[in-house]
Unconditional design. Structure first.
Length: 235
C-alpha cells in the first residue's frame, strides 16, 4: 500500500506541473533520451512529443545487439512546425559499448537531412548504481561537438544528468531525470536545467513511457511546454 501511495502521489504531481523544452542535445541519442536498459537482440520504438501548439516531434528508432557488450541503433526525428506545413528531418546513428554491468560509453552522430541545420558528434559516459533492491540512480555525462549542437560560434557543449529511479518489480519504473547543459562560448545564453518526471510501464516485450519536462533557470532558454509518449518493444 505504501508503494502504491508513493506512485499515486507521483502521478498526480506529473499532471499538476507545467513542462518546458529540453536542450536539443537531449534528442541526440539513438534511443529516446538517456537509457539505462540494454538493447534487446532487435528492437524498435516510436514516439510523439508536443508543445501543446503547432510544433510536434515524431521520433522512430531501431536498435539491436551485435555482441555481448556492443549495441548499435539509428533514430530518425521528424520535426514538424506550423501545423505540419514545415518538416525538418534529422538522423542519429549511434553505438554503445558496455564496459561492465551498469557502465557504458556511447557515440552518436547526428545529421540534418533536409535543411542546413548542421551535424553533431556526441560522446556519452553512463553508469547506473543500485542503492537498494528497488532504488537506483543513473548518471550520464556528455560532450557534443560541431555546429549542430554548439551553434556557429560554440566550441563544445556539455550535458550532465542523473535519474533517480524507483523500480516496482519489473513492471513499473518511476523516474525523475535532472539534466543540465551549457555551451563553451555561449555559457550565459545557453545554460539550462531541466527536471523531467517519467513514468514507464512494461507490457510484455513492450515498454510505454510518459515524459514531462519542467524547465528551470532562464526563461528564455526554457520557454516551450512539452509532453512526450514513447513506445519501445523487442521484436
Amino acid at each position: 500500500m505504501k508503494r502504491l501511495a508513493v506512485l499515486a502521489t507521483f502521478i498526480l504531481a506529473l499532471f499538476a506541473t507545467s513542462a518546458f523544452a529540453l536542450d536539443p542535445i537531449w534528442d541526440m541519442h539513438y534511443t529516446f533520451g538517456p537509457e539505462s536498459h540494454r538493447a534487446p537482440k532487435f528492437g524498435a520504438g516510436v514516439g510523439l512529443r508536443s508543445d501543446f501548439d503547432s510544433h510536434v516531434l515524431f521520433p522512430a528508432n531501431i536498435m539491436g545487439t551485435i555482441s555481448k557488450d556492443f549495441e548499435i541503433g539509428a533514430k530518425i526525428d521528424i520535426d514538424t512546425y506550423n501545423k505540419m506545413d514545415n518538416t525538418q528531418l534529422s538522423l542519429d546513428i549511434g553505438g554503445k559499448y558496455h564496459l561492465q554491468p551498469g557502465r557504458f560509453i556511447e557515440l552518436d552522430g547526428y545529421f540534418g537531412l533536409n535543411r542546413n541545420n548542421g551535424s553533431a558528434v556526441i560522446l556519452t559516459y553512463g553508469t547506473e548504481h543500485f542503492i537498494a533492491k528497488n532504488f537506483s540512480n543513473f548518471y550520464e555525462a556528455r560532450a557534443g561537438f560541431l555546429d549542430g549542437v554548439t551553434g556557429e560560434d560554440g566550441y563544445v557543449k556539455f550535458a550532465f544528468g542523473m535519474t533517480p529511479t524507483l523500480n516496482f518489480g519489473h513492471t513499473v519504473r518511476v523516474m525523475i531525470e535532472i539534466n543540465t547543459s551549457e555551451s563553451v562560448g555561449h555559457i550565459s545564453d545557453d545554460f539550462m536545467i531541466d527536471i523531467i518526471p517519467k513514468l514507464e510501464v512494461a507490457l510484455g516485450a513492450a515498454r510505454v513511457r510518459l515524459d514531462f519536462d519542467i524547465g528551470v533557470m532562464q526563461e528564455k532558454n526554457n520557454d516551450q511546454k512539452t509532453i512526450a509518449l514513447y513506445v519501445m518493444t523487442a521484436l
